[in-house]
Design a protein around this ligand. Sequence first.
Ligand code: C2O
Ligand code: CU
Length: 464
Amino acid sequence: MTIFTRRVLLKTAAAAGLAGIGASTMGRLAGLAAAKPDPVILKTASIQARLMDGAPTRNVLTYGEAGMPPVVRMRKGEPFAAQLINGIDDPTTIHWHGIRVPNRMDGVPFLVQPYVYLGDRFDYAFTPPDAGTFWYHPHCNTLTQMGHGLTGVIVVENPNDPEFDAEVVINLRDWRLGDDGQFIEQFRPRDAAKTGTFGTVRSANWLDQPQYDAPAGGLVRLRAAITDVTRIYAFRVEGAEAAVIALDGNPVPQRFTPDALLFGPGQRLELAIRMPDDEGAIVSLRDVRGTKPKVLATLRAVGGSLRRDLRGLGALEANPVQEVDVAGAKHIALALSATAENVPGDGICGSLGYSFWAINKVPWPGDTPDPTAPLAELKLGKSYVIDMENLTPHAHPIHLHGMSFKLLSSSTRVIEPLISDTYLIQPNEKVQLGFVADNPGDWLLHCHIIEHQKTGMTSYVRVV
Ligand code: C2O
Ligand code: CU
């Protein structure tokens, strides 16, 4: 038997400033599972925040009044509601990245909902079908709004999950700040045409290398979301045994040790970490990509050892994603390319004024009142395989809204049959993503390097 140290969990959450929002609590207290939950209020605000040494940064955007956007908690299969109140002078929306919501709750302006202007509200309500780690962000003027702070993590709990001794949630992102701590230009066109423009200050939960306490010898569930607009990470854990238990909100078919695991913007990693037995021992989560490895966050072992065993940790329940019928599936060709025409697009929702990228030769900045035709029209309930090919010399985290796909094969590597919503495709890679078109509506498909998305690498599929 293991001891569940709720106290440690709460302490960790408090230390992280992670005031979990219990969406389901009200419903349960009312004793009516089907009752309408009280909405979580997500009000955008422009604040000052200390993101580096020196002066606080002005014009930081968040949901709430201070600090990082809250970790929003939901429960698998239980109704959730949120009210977006726009407190900033820029139209906005909320997209629930990775959660299979009804189309009108998906937060994409023009395609599925109107802009929410300063002082206006929008009610979101849905029941998350899947448990796991997800995140939320605007889908409007995204480079600026996300770049300035509007990215938050979502935890969808499953009461049947195996027991951990602590949970740590980490929001990974950068900031483009000058030496004076103030925002500098959000992107450079020459970088947008390559890897995207990197931040100058890196953070985890808006902090530089935060440290969280966790019980010695205990099992920690670490949830990390890359909410940055550009950066691709390569994860490694040092100082403890660690296993990847879920990726992009879905349990992995086989657990493995993260060894420079490549992960792109929009993706989520869940680790089970077995803390060292000795009090005071430090475990670090690192990004080992590039020449300068970076410690992102650390965990410190506290108390007497709980002597847990990583191998004794039960399996996570699979999410109820329909099995794709590969043999009967229709194929959709999808080629990612660079466009030659460097002409300003006419998007009005934060167009960057350039067109560097294209999907099937069509550049579309997305979020415009006059979308190009859908990439494909899909029949509700039918199986499809996207044959995606990367004709560019850069990696792209390609995200599909509204439906989860299964990785079927890659031309360059052996891949596990993961269920996901975002695939980091490498240069010259061809990959097959299979899914059942079981969610009606218009669903965006785009690169999550936001400069790529906004300069052409966006399309959508229509399910009818
Ligand atoms: Cu993270 Cu179109 O979204
Ligand atoms: Cu891209």
